[in-house]
Design a protein around this ligand. Sequence first.
Ligand code: ADP
Ligand code: MG
Length: 330
Amino acid sequence: DSVVNRIAAGEVIQRPVSAVKELVENSLDAHSTSISVVVKDGGLKLIQVSDDGHGIRYDDLPILCERHTTSKLSTFEDLQTIKSMGFRGEALASMTYVGHVTVTTITKGQLHGYRVSYRDGVMEHEPKACAAVKGTQIMVENLFYNMIARRKTLQNSADDYSKIVDLLSRFAIHHIHVGFSCRKHGAGRADVHTVAASSRLDAIRSVYGVSVARSLIKIETSDHNPSSSVFKMDGFISNSNYVAKKIIMVLYINDRLVECTALKRAVEIVYAATLPKASKPFIYMSIVLPPEHVDVNVHPTKREVSLLNQEVIIEKIQSVVESKLRNSNE
Ligand code: ADP
Ligand code: MG
């Protein structure tokens, strides 16, 4: 049974960056305004995510890491979001099957917090009272300690750390009212460091740099026709002044960081046709549509989505990107 659980957990948590993503999303869900991540050995030795969110109640600690434990299942709309975004109540549980998880948390109005460690879905001991200021800190140590083959394929810790930095960068430019930091354990300076920004452009500037921010054009489009599609999109795209070898596409759908290969390709095609000499673009897009219009077509953890009326949406976005690029080039 524990082997089956471990294999299932290894599917949910495929690399250190998958654990970081789940932990940071939990911190965001807990209404944190500041989230900091510390990583050792590309995440294999240690991933530590600390937030100043609402914390976890004492009574919830015993079952916190059991599979299907979630505090986020309440309305019908949530059910549809769950269907579209994949699993619920699996992330923390999964981490305890492939790593050692320690939670320190305090809820509002309490004089002290609690610390407890988990293994294979269960508490290792009763929660211990401890000092805590605000929010939750989750430590995942020795990730994949019981999956030798996985550990071997993840030996390149620099590679995994850069994936984590990339992820935090993507979070930071969408959740602009949250301050993020990401650093290697023991490092003096952080590789991602943002304070709550006043505008999206400020956030992008502080994460991706002045030259990116300077090259950005604002884009916006929407469709309110239920017979074709219903959606709203806004974002920023780089103009011909931006120089890079690789496309960066940061895509949010209903506030969740996702991938949509079809949309990414479609935008690349517009760039190639409109600015043939330009480099690969930087794109940030946030799309809002009815949750039941989003579908996960590959695997819940891959975050690849497809959309109802995808062709219509893609065409609309292509045409706004094209006209903005043409105007900027004149
Ligand atoms: P899900 O996010 O799908 O509910 P998880 O396994 O990621 O499942 O988390 C389980 C539960 O643990 C959450 O529903 C939430 O109640 C609680 N939780 C996890 N992390 C935090 C956090 N940083 N702050 C507050 N509550 C948290
Ligand atoms: Mg979660």
